[in-house]
Design a protein around this ligand. Structure first.
Ligand code: UDP
Length: 318
């Protein structure tokens, strides 16, 4: 049997999954991407299709996952991840993190594979504790529009812990904070890509509310480093991976506008329907990532934003 480790990435044709594919191929793994292209795209992985250690399987993981042969790692990343997406696809969002996580864990158990769950800062909801530590249980409205994502991810964490405790499956849980970078969907509806697209095209920049709500943005390469370290560590309990530098959405919009060099106007709009539970503040406490993994974000926001803008410009011109 070959010594090459085999890694399955669910949702591997999405923004994060495609960057993970690059990294795991570079680390010498065989990478199998499984995606149903609900929000992922072929473009993200096109450059990998001819790679001898890469395979694409089109499959909806809410259905039984048939996976022949060796499997060492599962990176479970399938799910819509933008509020605009999960407001439009509430049932798929609930199903992928519940049924899909159950199937992925069943596969991990059958193969003796280690599974890493991509969880989210959304498990903290509209947080009453700041910054958010992993020990905080969160403030989530289960019946709000956002609840379909938040509760599904909370269920997924519970399911992962149950498989770990009951069956001894090797599991890892990462809680990912706002992440950006090349290959983000131009139209995924999130603040950062909206502002970039609007800034490049010279359209009005749409801030929801007064822009005082905060987020903490990390560049995708920092996240990928953290995920690799976590997967290869022994840490079973959740770890936040995010950049602790917190800024207001208004500040972000102004920064992006300045970087584009265009003359868009910043407009303030009421929160759209479904955004009632939009978190007002968000900042990761990264003590666990620093002390357990020796991880720290390295990319300065302005550098990351410039690299992302370059990628957006190329794709918008196509
Ligand atoms: N937002 C905005 N304008 C937009 C899209 C989003 O002001 O065109 C706001 C949104 O209300 C939220 C923040 O930007 O307060 C970050 O939202 P994002 O869509 O990135 O996702 P979230 O961090 O809420 O998961």
């Amino acid at each position: 049997m070959s010594d090459i480790p085999v890694t399955l990435i669910t949702g591997g044709a999405g923004f994060l999954g495609s960057h993970l594919s690059d990294r795991f191929l570079a680390e010498g793994h065989k990478v199998v991407v499984m995606d149903n292209f609900l929000t992922g795209s072929r473009e993200n992985i096109e450059q990998l299709l001819d790679h001898p250690r890469f395979e694409l399987i089109e499959h909806d993981i809410t259905r039984y996952i048939d996976f022949p042969g060796r499997l060492d790692y599962i990176l479970h990343f399938a799910s819509p991840a933008s509020p605009a997406d999960y407001l439009q696809m509430p049932i798929q969002t609930l199903k992928v993190s519940s049924l899909g996580t159950h199937n992925a864990l069943g596969l991990a158990l059958a193969k003796g594979a280690r599974l890493l769950l991509s969880s989210t800062s959304e498990v903290y909801g509209d947080p009453l504790e700041h910054p958010q530590k992993e020990s905080y249980w969160g403030n989530v409205n289960p019946i709000g529009y956002r609840g379909v994502y938040d509760e599904a991810k909370r269920f997924a964490e519970a399911m992962v812990m149950a498989y770990h405790r009951t069956h001894g499956v090797e599991t890892r849980i990462v809680r990912i904070f706002n992440t950006y970078g090349p290959r983000m969907r131009l139209d995924d509806g999130r603040g950062l890509p909206n502002f970039m697209r609007q800034g490049i095209l010279g359209e009005d920049i749409t801030i929801y509310g007064d822009g005082s709500q905060t987020r903490s943005f990390q560049f995708v390469s920092d996240l990928v480093d953290g995920l690799w370290l976590l997967l290869m560590s022994d840490e079973v309990m959740p770890v936040n991976i995010g950049n602790p530098v917190e800024i207001s959405i208004k500040h972000l919009a102004e920064e992006i506008l300045q970087l584009t060099g265009n003359k868009s106007t910043i407009t303030y709009q009421p929160l759209p329907a479904g955004f009632e539970d939009d978190p007002k503040i968000r900042q990761p406490d990264t003590t666990r990532a620093r002390t357990l993994l020796g991880w720290e974000p390295r990319v300065d926001r302005l550098d990351g934003l410039r690299a992302t803008l370059d990628d957006f410009r190329v794709r918008l011109e196509q």
